[in-house]
Every structure is written in C-alpha cells, then in structure tokens.
Design a protein around this ligand. Structure first.
Ligand code: G3H
Ligand code: 13P
Ligand code: ZN
Length: 331
C-alpha cells in the first residue's frame, strides 16, 4: 500500500532550498544504509539545529530493505523530537536511474527523488526527468535532475572522466523538465579517490592538493537560472586524519584526495543549496572500527566498535554543518 511522506513526518526540499539560497548556506545530504549512520546524522543535526536530507542510493535501498527504510525515516523524525528538536528531515533517493525506481520510492514514503539521466543524450535526459517530475509533483514530492557527468563510481555506474556542465543547457533543461533542483558538474567526483596524483600538486606536508573547482561554471549557471537550487555531488573532503588512522591500523588507502572544505564553503555561499557527502562518513566509521580492532583485539561485541564509529560520524557531521555548509542554527 502506498504511503505519503507527510504521514511519516518528513518534508520535501522546496522551503529548505528557498531559505538556504537566501541565507547563503547549503543543506547537508548525508547518505545512510544502517541504524548507526541514521542515529549519527540525527544526533548531529539536532545538536547543531540543522535541517537535513537523509539520502538513500538504490544500493542502500537494496541493502536496508525498502519497508525497513520507511520505518527508519519515520523513526528518525520521532527520534529528533525525542532528542528535543523537530528539525526538517527529507528522505531523498540518490541517483535514481529509472522512472520505476523513482515511482517506487515516492510510493514508499520518499519526499524527494533524484533522477540521474546525466549520462543520457540531452533530449533523453529531459524526457526521463519530465516523466518523473509529472508523477512526483502529483504527490508533492520534489525532484533533482543532473546535467554534466561526474567522474567516479556510484552504484554499478562508473565514469572514468567527468564532463563539466554546459551552462548554455541549464535554462532549457530546467524549463522543459520542471525539476526543483539541478546537480551540476564543476570538478567534484564520487568516492575517496577524486583525482589522480598527476592532476594534483603536493603541499609542504606532502599532501595532494587537487585542482580548484570551476567556480566560473557555477557563476555562469547562476546567471542563467538565478536563485534556482543547485546541488553538488561528490563533495567529500577525504580528511587525511582518517586516512592516516585507517592506514596505521591495517588499512590501505593510497593517494586518496577530496575537495578542500574551504571550496565547499565558498560554493555554498555562491548559490549551491545541497551538498552530498557519503565517502567522508565511510572513512570516519572505518577509522573508528579499525582503531578498536587494532587496540582491543579481544573485543567482539558489535556495539563496542559500531558505537565509537557512530560517535566519530556524529562529530564529522556536526563539523560539516557548522564549519563547511553553514546549515547549523537553520532548522
Ligand atoms: O553517489 C553515490 C553515493 O556515494 C552512494 O553510494 O551507491 O555505494 O550506496 P552507493
Ligand atoms: P562523495 O563520494 O564525495 O561522498 O559523494 C557522495 C555523493 O555524491 C552521493 O550522491
Ligand atoms: Zn552523487
């Protein structure tokens, strides 16, 4: 039986993006697959009073089960209230690749969906997004489209190189499809290896520094669709302290590079209203779990390693809201 997100206590992105744009901050979109991630997201966002987008990929939906997810999202709203603050919570499908998947998410309580036709020819991307928008808007669900291709891996789809968004296409895309927000490609990419070492320089500590984001493209997009909500995917910063902990405790992450946080701060001031972060959370959890395994080899109670992982995640998300996206205090 279909369920509306409104019955679950969720909101769509419309009002959130309006306020974020006016206030020059971005709404965090944190991916989750399990209870500890969800708890960390809600605890962090309640504590700093930030609105939040709980983001679910199709892989996450398969992993966690669609029915359970619906109750987890409903639980997230009740949990926030219990912690003392009714923050706005969106349940969003990340990288939806078909009308059927978007429809199924809408029917099972999602308040927002992304239809990612970015790898399709322009006209096909428009046709697919338009079809999703028609169904979504009939249910008061908001839709994110994408123009331009990000490098990296997302679910089964992998792109070797990125294609920057062509600003001359955005007006027609937004008008023809009716989408509520637009993901663009300005140099971010998915995963913990965003750039090849050869594309980077090394700073005095030997850390790889990536080429800067293409703010000129963002500005050109802003000029053509002023005030329209813009989304940045692939926005993890790959904190080197986590990479170090992982590598010192049996892991092997070589030359992993992320997007410097000051550039994300700048993007959120320049009209980006949603910033997607997944990999940094994975690194935080992995670092915490590896540290427990290395220092307490006799430990076998999952709460003893998932608990520290959850605490580290919460710290990371609070930092993102306060110091990077500027969403703290905006709930
Ligand atoms: O952009 C992709 C997200 O990081 C989700 O990753 O498809 O492995 O769940 P996933
Ligand atoms: P990261 O891999 O940089 O965290 O990006 C996540 C993302 O874009 C989810 O859609
Ligand atoms: Zn993404």
């Amino acid at each position: 039986m279909a369920v509306s997100y409104k019955e679950l206590g969720l909101v769509n992105t419309k009002e959130l993006f309006k306020k974020a744009h006016a206030g020059h901050y971005a709404i965090p979109a944190f991916n989750f697959n399990n209870m500890e991630q969800m708890q960390a997201i809600i605890q962090a966002c309640v504590e700093v009073s930030s609105p939040v987008i709980l983001q679910v990929s199709s892989g996450a939906r398969k992993y966690a089960n669609a029915t359970l997810l619906r109750y987890m999202a409903q639980g997230a709203c009740a949990y926030a209230k219990e912690l003392g603050k009714e923050i706005p919570i969106v349940l969003h499908l990340d990288h939806g690749d078909s009308f059927e998947l978007c429809k199924s998410c809408i029917d099972s309580g999602f308040s927002s969906v992304m239809i990612d036709g970015s790898a399709l020819p322009f006209e096909e991307n428009i046709a697919l997004a338009k079809k999703v928008v028609e169904y979504a808007h009939a249910h008061d669900v908001t839709v994110e489209g994408e123009l331009g291709v990000l490098a990296g891996i997302e679910d089964e789809v992998s792109h070797e190189t990125s294609n920057y968004t062509r600003p001359e296409e955005v007006e027609e895309f937004v008008k023809a499809t009716g989408v509520d927000s637009l993901a663009i490609s300005i140099g971010t990419s998915h995963g913990a290896y965003k750039f090849k070492a050869a594309q980077c320089t090394r700073n005095e500590e030997g850390i790889l520094v990536p080429p800067p984001l293409r703010f000129d493209i963002l500005e050109e997009v802003e000029k053509r669709i002023p005030g329209f909500p813009i989304v940045l995917h692939g926005s993890s910063s790959v904190p080197q302290e986590y990479v170090k902990i992982i590598n010192e405790n049996g892991g092997k992450l070589d030359d992993s590079v992320g997007i410097p946080e000051d550039q994300l701060r700048q993007a959120s001031k320049l009209g980006v209203d949603k910033i997607n972060i997944d990999s940094d959370g994975r690194l935080a959890m992995t670092a915490a779990v590896r540290r427990v395994f290395a220092t307490k080899p006799a430990e076998f109670d999952p709460r003893k390693y998932l608990g520290p992982a959850r605490d580290e995640l919460k710290k990371l998300y609070m930092h993102k809201c306060v110091d990077v996206l500027g969403s703290a205090g905006q709930a």
